[in-house]
Ligand binder design. Sequence first.
Ligand SMILES: *Cc1c(COP(=O)(O)O)cnc(C)c1O
Length: 354
Amino acid sequence: MAISIKINKTTQSRINQCDFENIEFGKIFSDHMFRVDFTDGKWGDPEILPYGPIPMAPSISAIHYGQAIFEGMKAFKSAEGKPLLFRPMDNIKRLNESAVRMGMPEIPEELFMEGLKQLVSLDRDWIPTKEGSALYIRPFMFATDDFVGVRPSNNYSFIIFGCPVNSYYPKPINVLVEEKFVRASDGMAGFAKAAGNYGISMLPTMEAKKKGYDQIIWTDGRSHQHVEESGTTNLFFVVNDTTVWTPALDGNILRGITRDSCIQLLKKRGLTVEERKVSVSEIIEAAKAGTLSDCFGTGTAAIIAKIAGIGYQGQDFMLPDPEKRDVSNWLYATIYGIQTGKLTDDFGWVVSVD
Ligand SMILES: *Cc1c(COP(=O)(O)O)cnc(C)c1O
């Protein structure tokens, strides 16, 4: 069944106010947004309208009880000027997994995809083309019942907007292994991109920043002996440029799409990828022995966030010169090349938009 989307175009594009040479991450929004509301047990009429404030009651349940989930993805432009999306179906499926965990309705895949494509098509001039830049896309869903009381909302809004961005972590980062606070533990919602998971990360990250680090590495909630992820990135540890360790999807970490792309590319390149529990002690041992040849986080925003050094129990372990990291440099160039259509996409990851 064809999905028809009502389009209400802006009469005042803001594109001339955007300095595409110097974009600050997450501060500038493209002209339009996609919106569809869920009421009376079903999704209503989808609409594309000018990006702008959304009126809401002070009692909406998303704000009080946290039924709020989101996604993050990017659109690029091919050399011919065609918008390209990277693995959008994976974001759609993951949003619905988050929805189920949070007791929220799933959004039909075709409705999400059609809204996404039409929005990107309409705002295609907002996709920057400078090296490393993209249109970051933020789909999200939240509970809108005008009601105070803890129970699943009956009404929800699903919105997609975009913002042009440059790369997210331009510099290699220093990370601190967190042993007090926990992001997620067994049975919680660590695998969901649920707003609350990020709320609880603010204070621990602020404390690490006060100590001079850029981010924290979360450890498991039971023993603090195994690493999980860092900020909004999944973690990879490379030993002797041949074997790669990455924490397994145990329900406590995000099923990163960049993570999966890296695993597939590394395997294709002939490296051994071990998805398993990764202990802090084996990482520290490898760093001390000089065998930890590369270490990075993966996520849509940065693609690859190189880790320069790891802080653990008062000591800092510096890793090899980030400039000379064979594996992370190759992964970044390969993924970005596929995303922008400059490299052949052997995996069927890229979806082009008319
Ligand atoms: C979004 C996110 C990631 C990365 O996922 P991608 O699909 O690669 O962008 C990793 N960890 C957390 C906690 C995240 O929120």
